[in-house]
Design a protein around this ligand. Structure first.
Ligand code: DC
Length: 233
């Protein structure tokens, strides 16, 4: 739809939050493509920092060391032909950050206030000119509280584990039951941390995607965006 794409047209920001494996990134990428908006995967930024800390041997409970090292890092999300690439101080780490080692520890680093402050500031910067679909845990509540469309995506933990299980490379030795337990633990950490916990924004639309297809969820979000855009354009 040309009215959604024109440079001079009003653009909006779309915030998509929810627990691990709810399908946020797949859906966010689709919605961004439909609207010709930029997709920003904030989880990838937390993962990239975690990957670096693990390599540097810096534990999440050594906050001072984490923050000192953080000052040296440059996390970039670069739109590419086959989707967004993640670069850490110039190195492409797109595949490395999806490892189980990173998934298992990222929530611990993501609890550190100074680290969150830096990544949130970078995320806000990316959304300044509008036209972003940003997914994460605290986008509608903390990073972009003024986003015109806020979505909170959920699904049962069983369904979310199954979705993540299907995405994992075969080289990762883990059973579905184990993955389910790990996802439940990660949700617990993300929901109960002191700084910017995973909570549903008061003005978010809640979508339980357990029984919905990716297309149905993307349609629901795109229609909401189009409804808002029709009002202002
Ligand atoms: O979306 P994901 O599973 O790739 O996110 C990885 C971790 O990063 C997740 O456990 C919580 C954290 N995260 C966060 O705390 N805030 C965000 N905005 C995005 C992710």
């Amino acid at each position: 739809m040309s009215s959604l794409n024109g440079e001079r047209e009003f653009r909006i920001n779309i915030a998509i939050d929810g627990p691990a494996g709810a399908g946020k990134s797949t859906v966010a990428r689709k919605v961004a493509k439909r609207l010709s908006y930029v997709y920003v995967d904030t989880g990838a930024m937390y993962r990239a920092v975690t990957w670096d800390m693990l390599n540097a041997g810096i534990e999440a409970d050594d906050e001072a060391a984490v923050l000192e090292r953080m000052g040296l890092l440059d996390v970039e999300l670069v739109p590419g032909e086959d989707g967004q690439r993640v670069r850490l101080s110039g190195r492409d780490v797109t595949d490395e950050i999806r490892s189980l080692a990173v998934s298992r520890t990222v929530s611990r680093y993501a609890q550190i206030e100074g680290l969150r402050a830096e990544l949130s500031a970078a995320q806000r910067q990316m959304a300044l000119r509008k036209g972003v679909v940003m997914d994460g845990r605290d986008i509608g509540t903390t990073v972009l509280p003024d986003a015109e469309v806020k979505i909170f995506m959920t699904a049962t933990v069983e369904e979310r584990a199954l979705r993540r299980f299907r995405e994992l490379p075969e080289s990762e030795a883990i059973t579905l039951q184990q993955l389910e337990r790990e996802i439940a633990e990660r949700d617990e950490l993300d929901r109960n941390r002191e700084v910017s916990p995973l909570v549903c924004a008061e003005d978010a639309i809640v979508l339980d995607t357990t029984l919905m297809s990716i297309e149905e969820v993307a349609d629901a979000i795109a229609s909401e965006a189009e409804r808002i855009l029709a009002r202002v354009n």
